[in-house]
Structure formats: structure tokens, C-alpha cells
Design a protein around this ligand. Structure first.
Ligand SMILES: [Zn+2]
Length: 123
């Protein structure tokens, strides 16, 4: 799967389908992608995995196959959540208990990626 080319809308992921004559982009639901997990591209260009509004950054490649992704708040919140996913989005192992609230995301105007905007529990 090509990373960064999915958008999330009302809990469904959409892949780029075509560009219309009006110049807008048509997106179609990508059912082959697991509903609860998306590969997204952050505004800083980093590829992340998002699951239940939590994001994970690439940790390491597993010898047994798949890539291990650690919660982005691994250091700041000592969060031990992780997922091990194959390149086509199949979850091999996961631990999704977080020590913190999820973040908030929104789609960018160009529709190409999602971006962190605010922390829900910002104090
Ligand atoms: Zn976490």
C-alpha cells in the first residue's frame, strides 16, 4: 500500500480514485484497509500509523516479518502501546492500552494527509 494516500472521514478510509474535470479529487472507500488502522503522513513529512486516534512512529523492522510501531507518546507519557503491522496493513501483534488521551486530527485542504492540530487534554 502506498503510504500517505489515504484520508479518514467519519471512521472510514478512502483512497484516491480520480481527479474530476472540475479539478477536485474523488476518493473511494478502501475496504481492504483494516478499519481501525491507517497509515498517515504527518505535516512534518513523517509516516505514522494511526489506530483509534492514537499515532505510532516506526520503531524497527521485525525479523519475523512486519514493522513494529511505537506510540508517539512513548517517551513523554511512558506509554507502552505498540502495533506490529505488515506493509499491507495486517496487524500481527498489538498492545493498545495507552497512558493518555488520544490526539485530534483533521484532514488538510488538499485532502492528502491528516495533521495533528490540538491535544485534546492540553492544559
Ligand atoms: Zn500511547
Amino acid at each position: 500500500m502506498k503510504q500517505g494516500n489515504l484520508v479518514l472521514y467519519k471512521g472510514h478510509t478512502f483512497s484516491k480514485h480520480c481527479t474530476t474535470r472540475a479539478g477536485t479529487t474523488r476518493w473511494k472507500c478502501s475496504r481492504q484497509v483494516r478499519r481501525r488502522l491507517q497509515f498517515i503522513r504527518c505535516d512534518n513529512g513523517k509516516n505514522l500509523v494511526m489506530c483509534d486516534n492514537h499515532t505510532f512512529f516506526r520503531h524497527r523492522q521485525m525479523k519475523t516479518g512486519g514493522t513494529r510501531w511505537k506510540c508517539c507518546r512513548h517517551t513523554s507519557r511512558k506509554c507502552g502501546a505498540y502495533v506490529i503491522v505488515t506493509d499491507d496493513g495486517v496487524v500481527l501483534r498489538k498492545k493498545l492500552e495507552h497512558t493518555h488521551e488520544p490526539l485530534s486530527y483533521r484532514m488538510m485542504e488538499d485532502g492528502n494527509y491528516l495533521r495533528t492540530v490540538v491535544y485534546i487534554n492540553l492544559k
